[in-house]
Ligand binder design. Structure first.
Ligand SMILES: *Cc1c(COP(=O)(O)O)cnc(C)c1O
Length: 372
């Protein structure tokens, strides 16, 4: 097949050489222990704490169950303030807990929840804020915490995009009451399916560990209506193996992001998020935003034109969560309440970004956008 015709996908799983996985499998077979807080599960939690620079982590079978369980762990009820500009699982986790989502608009620089608009959305029923570090760019953590402290609210970060992200040398996962990660195959670091909750004290870690295993505290004691969200040994070992490769993958993503920035600078009607000083990024996504009037073409036209060239970007996040049938009837879901998020959803394309993209492919993508 002609190389120039090869399809380029938005993401590609981090898959180390198969030989590297074999010794792990052999050891698991010898141990006769496949799940329930096994050797590799414990090892993965230890190594993730060290890698991420956090005190306590509890790994999960996926990020969505981690979100749902985090809300249970803090006994969140009533209304929670959140962002519509995210993956659906953020809001679904509230729904699964019988919590009413209250959408607040995002700010136009990072597309994270706009802290200036949070206070107006607080009611006597508000119990928590669930922001998202979207594309791995840190939220305005200080301002959000200040509001939470003033009104006595909990803060749960959906940090699914923020694996390894640091601000001022500190992991963003150390802020708020809890942070949630996703280790899905499409993310920077993966356990195929998987996720985690990061917390700051031993008691909370204990409670979360009970909750992810049906609420069992010991053989005969069930302390809470827990769920089954455990990560098995094979996937935990996959994570340990992948962790050895994640720095190289992030370094490659950085180079590609820089090539995009240089190659796409100065195109009328095309913008991207500027890098923030003081932030150690993971280069998880490269969103571009198309202002149709100035660019001379609608976002969806560019999206289709690129696909015809074999370049498969994704419109993260379109449609907005607030426009899905479950949520669109909520007063906070109206377009008038969420102008910045609606504009971003209508302008965004995330360009292919992963460790297997070659310089030639980056070049091909940039040229395809320039020529349209
Ligand atoms: C991927 C993702 C999730 C869900 O994680 P899963 O591991 O796929 O369940 C939640 N929130 C955001 C922002 C995500 O990108």
């Amino acid at each position: 097949m002609n190389d120039a015709k090869k399809n380029i996908t938005v993401t590609s799983p981090l898959l180390p050489p198969l030989e590297e996985f074999m010794p792990y499998l052999q050891d698991i077979w010898e141990r006769h222990w496949l799940t329930n807080n096994g050797h590799y599960h414990q090892e993965l939690e230890r190594e993730l704490c060290e890698y991420l620079g956090v005190k306590y982590i509890s790994v999960f079978s996926n990020g969505t169950l981690a979100l749902i369980t985090a809300l249970q762990a803090l006994r969140i009820t009533g209304e929670v303030i959140t962002t519509p500009y995210s993956f659906v699982a953020t809001t679904h986790s509230l729904w699964w807990n019988g919590i009413k989502p209250v959408f607040v608009d995002v700010e136009p620089k990072t597309f994270n929840i706009d802290p200036e608009k949070i206070e107006a959305a607080i009611t006597p029923k508000t119990t928590a804020i669930m922001p998202v570090h979207v594309y791995g760019n840190p939220c305005n953590i200080d301002k959000i915490q200040q509001i939470a402290d003033t009104y006595g609210l909990k803060v749960i970060y959906d940090a699914a995009h923020a694996f390894g992200v640091k601000e001022g040398g500190k992991s963003v996962l150390n802020f708020g009451d809890l942070s949630i990660l996703s280790f899905h195959a499409t993310k920077v670091f993966s356990t195929i399916e998987g996720g985690a909750i990061v917390c700051h004290d031993e008691k909370m870690k204990q409670r979360i560990d009970y909750l992810k295993n049906f609420g069992f505290a010991d053989e005969v004691t069930v302390v809470a209506p827990g769920i089954n969200a455990k990560l098995n040994e094979v996937q935990s070992a996959f994570g340990l193996m992948s962790l050895k490769h994640v720095d190289a993958a992030i370094a490659k993503r950085k180079i590609i992001s820089e090539e995009y920035r240089a190659g796409l600078a100065g195109i009328a009607g095309l913008s991207f998020i500027s890098e923030v000083d003081n932030v150690q990024h993971n280069y998880s996504y490269f969103p571009i935003f198309i202002d149709a009037e100035k660019f001379g073409m609608e976002r969806d036209e560019l999206y289709s034109a690129l696909q015809k060239d074999g370049i498969y970007g994704r419109r993260y996040f379109y449609p907005l969560i607030s426009s899905f049938s479950t949520y669109r009837g909520l007063p906070s879901a109206s377009v008038d309440n969420l102008p910045v998020a609606n504009r971003a959803a209508n302008q965004v394309i995330c360009l292919p970004l992963h460790q297997n993209i070659t310089d030639e492919e980056v070049d091909r993508i940039i040229k395809a956008i320039i020529k349209r």
